[in-house]
Design a protein around this ligand. Structure first.
Ligand code: ZN
Length: 221
């Protein structure tokens, strides 16, 4: 009987996660760009609100823009403990082949805000050598992403580099000017959470008047 109950419980969990809509259909995970290779989601759960239950089927990486305290519940389980992420912290989770579902609740008085990038490949992630550039360090490498921290200031005012794969740059703090290859006009982003998409190719990120700026980059493998 105990084994039967276990089987019923496991089946119940599978059905629950299969029924949860994909993360990009959750209104608190607004899809702001979708290509053949990746999606960008603007995650924003207002203070005190609970998000919708949603399923993750593809590898995802996120950067924290506002560090509200949250808790997470997986189908059929209790709420997990409160958790907090430092602004600018990066996190990557492998879901392709091992999907998962959950609900996120914002326990705080400020919004819970992330920018998330999914890698839509089912397999065959590209292998590429990480790029090297001034003010730019590798934060994390997974099968689906290379994540970089770009920290600029008066001493290191620009990072001029090449991406072999499509890349999403997200501003965490300060202001940066972005200029692509081919003589494009530079443009400025200055609001935390603003992002830039760069197809494979080169671009330059510069501080504005030498002030400190922090951006992160998601190279989609
Ligand atoms: Zn870049």
């Amino acid at each position: 009987m105990k084994r039967l109950l276990t089987i019923v419980f496991v089946l119940g969990s599978c059905v629950a996660s299969a029924q949860a809509p994909p993360v990009y259909k959750d209104p608190h995970h607004r899809q702001v760009l979708y290509t053949n290779w990746f999606r960008i989601l603007d995650v924003n759960i207002p203070a005190g609100e609970m998000g919708h239950e949603h399923a993750h089927e593809r590898d995802v990486a996120t950067v924290a823009i506002m560090n509200a305290q949250t808790r997470v519940r997986t189908p059929g389980a209790e709420w997990g403990p409160p958790r907090e992420r430092a602004i600018g912290s990066l996190n990557a989770t492998q879901y392709t082949g091992t999907p998962g579902a959950h609900t996120i609740q914002n326990l705080d008085k400020i919004p819970y805000r992330l920018i998330a990038v999914t890698n839509e490949r089912e397999s065959g992630w590209s292998t590429l050598t990480p790029m090297k550039a001034a003010g730019t360090t590798i934060a994390q490498q997974t099968r689906a992403f290379i994540l970089y921290d770009v920290k600029l200031d008066a001493a290191t005012p620009e990072s001029d580099h090449n991406h072999q794969r499509p890349t999403v740059t997200v501003l965490v703090s300060g202001s940066v000017e972005n200029q692509g290859d081919g003589g494009t006009e530079p443009f400025r982003i200055q609001e935390p959470g603003r992002w830039i998409y760069t197809p494979a190719g080169g671009h330059t990120l510069r501080t504005v008047a030498g002030t400190a700026a922090h951006a992160v980059e998601f190279e989609v493998r």
